[in-house]
Design a protein around this ligand. Sequence first.
Ligand SMILES: C[S@@+](CC[C@H](N)C(=O)[O-])C[C@H]1O[C@@H](n2cnc3c(N)ncnc32)[C@H](O)[C@@H]1O
Length: 246
Amino acid sequence: MTTPPTNDAAIAQWNRIPREVLEAMEPDGDFAKRHLVNPVLLRMLGDVRGRRILDAGCGHGYFSRLLADRGARVTGVEPTDTMFGYAQEKERALGQGIRYVQADLTRLPALGDPFDAVVCSMVLPAIPDWKPALRACVQALRPGGLFVFSVNHPAFEMLLTTWREHGDYRLHRYLEEYPIPQLRATDFHRPLSAYLNELAALGCRLREIAEPGLDPRTAREAQDTTPGIESYVHLPNFLIAAAERP
Ligand SMILES: C[S@@+](CC[C@H](N)C(=O)[O-])C[C@H]1O[C@@H](n2cnc3c(N)ncnc32)[C@H](O)[C@@H]1O
């Protein structure tokens, strides 16, 4: 019998991410984040000026910095030494007033007053024990506060690599839970219903689901450097949801 993965083992994988990879994602993330994820997250969050926002699993902190640029009062939570250290270094250099806390979301320390919004971008699939992490995000909100999360779309995971190999998309085990080895760390597949039903069980009211597609012109411009990028025009690589805490 294989041993189930632990949060600590997953965090140890993320901790090995090289600094140059983090630097290459400055200032606003990689291609997919810039074109597909950031615009939707920012639209769903709305006017963030003066609002307390938790960036749960903030990584190297690029989205925290985008929020602070727009006037939000941001707390970023990140468990790895590498990315937490990088984010703090950036904060020392830029002085945006972002507070970073080093923690596993499933063992979240008290963070003060409840948040107006929590954003959890591409984090839940990285956590083996994800339900307590999701609960912690929702519990960190004030009543009526907004929870926004993004994941690789569970119906189209490994979209780019599968499309490159076959010229279309194939999926064989949607209903199971299984690890997906990524370039730097392992993600964990769960069906979409797992995430949405857990939100419902926490009493959250779904406000919006987005499945953003890439603009065809942007895809044409990128096709020489990123073969298979047209797959992002035809199928959604990401699923992004906004829900309110009751
Ligand atoms: C794909 S990265 C996304 C980072 C960031 N949100 C972004 O969009 O750039 C996944 C992140 O989840 C973090 N993570 C993994 N396990 C975690 C846990 N138990 N609690 C909080 N964050 C975790 C990783 O350290 C990593 O920063």
